[in-house]
Design a protein around this ligand. Sequence first.
Ligand code: CMC
Length: 429
Amino acid sequence: MSDKHATLTLNNESIDCPVLDGSLGQSVIDIKPVPKTQHFTFDPGFGATAACESGITFIDGQQGILLHRGYPIDQLAFDTDYMEVCYLLMHGDLPNADQKDQFIHMIKKHSNVHDQINRFFCGFRRDAHPMAIMVGVVGALSAFYHDSLDINNPELRELSAIRLVAKMPVLAAMSYKYSIGEPFMHPKHELSYAENFLNMMFGTPYDDTTKPDPVLSRAMDRIFTLHADHEQNASTSTVRVAGSTGANPFACISAGIGALWGPAHGGANEACLRMLQEIGSEDRISEYIAKAKDKNDPFRLMGFGHRVYKNYDPRAKVMQQTCHEVLDTVGCHDDPIFKLAMKLEKIALEDEYFVEKKLYPNVDFYSGITLNALGIPSNMFTVIFAIARTVGWISQWMEMMSDPNRRLARPRQLYTGPTQRDVSNISDR
Ligand code: CMC
C-alpha cells in the first residue's frame, strides 16, 4: 500500500480511500469504504474497475506491452514453447529442463479422456457448433473426475488444472471429428502438444504415421502461446466470478468457454475471416471502411480495436510474422485473403477515424488467416483460442482460490425499474 489517499466528498461528508500501488502499471483507489456513504460506484463494462489482485499477466495498453510473470510475449513466443508458458503461468517461473520434462509427462499422462465421454458426443447434432460441444463436454468433466473436486485442496486444484490443459486439445479435436463423421483420434505420447492436436485433427486411424510439418506445428504452438492468458478479460473474469461461488474448476472453465464465444471476444477470429471473405476484393475495402465508420451501421472492422490496447497489440505483430511463415510453408503467399488483410490494415491504420480512436489490429486479425492456411475450419478458430486460454483461466482460478482475501463476486446496480406498487386482481389488469 502507498501512503497516498483519495478523498471522496459527498453531501459535506468526506471519506478517505487508500491508494494501492502494484509492481507495474496504474495504481488503484480502494473504494471499499464507499458504501458507508449509502452510495455505490457505477462502472458498466468495468472500464475503471480492478476486480482483483493478480501477479500473472501485465498489460500496458498505451505502450502495447504484454508480460506473463514479467516475460515479454514476443520473447515467450519465439524463445520458449507452449508447455513452458503453461508451466510459467501455473507456477510463476519458467521451468528448467527437468521440470519441463516432468510437466510434459504429467500432461501426457492425463491427456486421454474417459471412454464414456465419447458417448456424450453422440447426443449432439452432427452440425452443432464445436463451441457448443465444448461448453457442454468440458462442464461434463466434473461428472467424471470427482476425485479432484475438493477445491480447498491445492494439490487437487493442480490436478484439475493439469487434467484440463491435457484434455482440451483432445476434446476439441473430437468435436471436429464428430462434425465430419471421422473416428476420434487418441493423443500419441511421442508427439508434442501442438503436434498431437494437429494429428488428432487431421490424422485418421488408417493413416497417422505422418508427423505434422515442423513449421506448421511450431505455428500452432505459437498460436497457443499468444492466446495463453490476457489478464482480466471477459472470459477470465467469468471464470473468476464463477469460481468465487466455490463452483468446481470444470464448471468454471465451461463458463469461461461460453463467455469466450462472443464475437467481441474470442469469436472475433472466426468473424474476421468471414468479414475478409465477404469484402472479397481490394476495391471493396473503402466501402467496408465507410460502413465501420458509420454510426448508423452496426458493422465493425473485426480484428480491430481493443478495450485495453490503444497501440498495436504485441500479439498481432508475432501473429503477422507467423502468418507469413505458414503461408510460405503451405505455398500460399499469394493468398488473396492475406493480401486483402494487409491492404485493409494499411488503409485502416492511415484513416483518421481509426487513428483518432486508436484502433489497431488485434491478435485476431491475423490468427484467422493463419489458422485457415493450417487447414483449420473457421468454426474451430474460437475452439483453438479456448484450448490455449484454458491454462490462463485455470492459473487465474488457482491464484484466486489461494487468495485469503477472496470474496464472493456480487456486483450491485443502479435500479431504474418501477417503484413499489401493489398487485391488482387479474381481471382488473
Ligand atoms: N470498428 C469500427 N469502430 C470501432 C471498432 C471497430 N472494430 N472498435 C471500436 N470502434 C469504435 C466504436 O464505435 C467507438 O466509437 P465512438 O467512441 O464514436 O462511439 C469507439 O471506437 C470505442 O469503442 P468501444 O466499443 O467503446 O470500445 P470497447 O473497448 O468497448 O470495445 C472491442 C473493444 C474489442 C469490443 C471493439 O474494439 C470491437 O468490437 N472490435 C471488433 C471485435 C474484435 O476484434 N474483438 C477482438 C478483441 S481481441 C481478442 C480478445 O482479446 O478477446
